[in-house]
Design a protein around this ligand. Structure first.
Ligand code: 9D3
Length: 247
């Protein structure tokens, strides 16, 4: 995987204000200040054709709900593409899309510019999907009210793959979890809270024993919570024996 050194996200939405706060905080705010990501929102209603700024209409053939009209979307994309370089890949957030996984996040992180269309209403005119969308992405098999929150999930997850967005310490930590195991249990002060004690090994100062304990806890948690993830994981004979002994 070779991530882009910076990524520009153009976002087409009828709710641009939804994108303000999440990208003004913490990791994403620092990434923007550092020039590693650029998030530009565009209000789809700017490209509506009437004084009511209509962007939806009733479905041909009848049925419940409204459909997003094609003209404002095509015209918006044609206006946004020349605003920067290189030409953006057009990403449509949709329940029909490719499920977002670590592999898809890594694939998207190689694209230096994407224009993300956020759908609302019951759907979008099929000609948009057919003629201008490059990639359709879903965040999972559940329904949310529109493409805005899913777009923010994509931007956050993709931005974290750009070198420098996470501190070097955090990115090394993240990489150490690339082996497909769940994380180990974490504790901080106080060592006893309401009679509940922190595992004594963590207070021992014996780093080799701490590492061994953490590795085994990860194996145990993965077996109990996400046995599907344990398939491709390599274990030493000692680890395999220990795990089989745990209830
Ligand atoms: C009755 C059919 N519905 C689809 C299951 C209509 C519909 C509901 C909600 C169509 C779109 C939406 C709004 N959701 C998104 O735009 C969306 C989404 C999602 O709901 N789940 C997971 N990923 C995504 S990406 C965009």
């Amino acid at each position: 995987m070779t991530p882009a050194s910076s990524i520009r996200f153009d976002v087409l939405t009828i709710f641009p204000a939804m994108f303000e706060s999440p990208f003004e905080q913490s990791v994403m705010a620092r990434a923007r200040t550092a020039g590693l990501i650029d998030v530009q929102t565009h209000d789809l209603r700017q490209w509506a054709h009437d004084r009511h700024k209509t962007v939806d209409d009733a479905p041909f053939g009848g049925g419940a709900g409204m459909v997003m009209k094609p003209e404002p979307i095509f015209e918006a994309i044609e206006a946004i593409q020349p605003m920067a370089e290189p030409p953006a890949k057009v990403v449509f957030m949709s329940p029909l899309g490719r499920p977002l996984t670590r592999a898809l996040v890594d694939e998207l992180a190689e694209i230096p510019r994407m224009l993300i269309i956020c759908g609302r209403y019951e759907g979008i005119d099929e000609r948009v999907r057919e003629h201008i969308v490059d990639i359709e992405v879903s965040i999972g098999d559940f329904v949310v009210s529109g493409g805005e929150l899913p777009a923010m999930v994509v931007i956050d997850a993709v931005a974290r793959r750009i070198p420098g967005v996470l501190g070097s310490e955090a990115s090394l930590t993240e990489e150490s979890f690339d082996d497909g195991l769940l994380e180990y249990p974490q504790y901080t002060r106080p060592p006893v809270y309401r009679e509940w004690e922190v595992p004594p090994i963590l207070l021992s100062g014996n780093h080799a024993e701490v590492d061994k304990w953490r590795r085994r806890q990860r194996l145990l948690r993965t077996r109990d919570l996400r046995p599907d993830l344990l398939e491709g994981v390599e274990m030493t004979p000692a680890e395999r024996k220990w795990l089989a002994e745990q209830e």
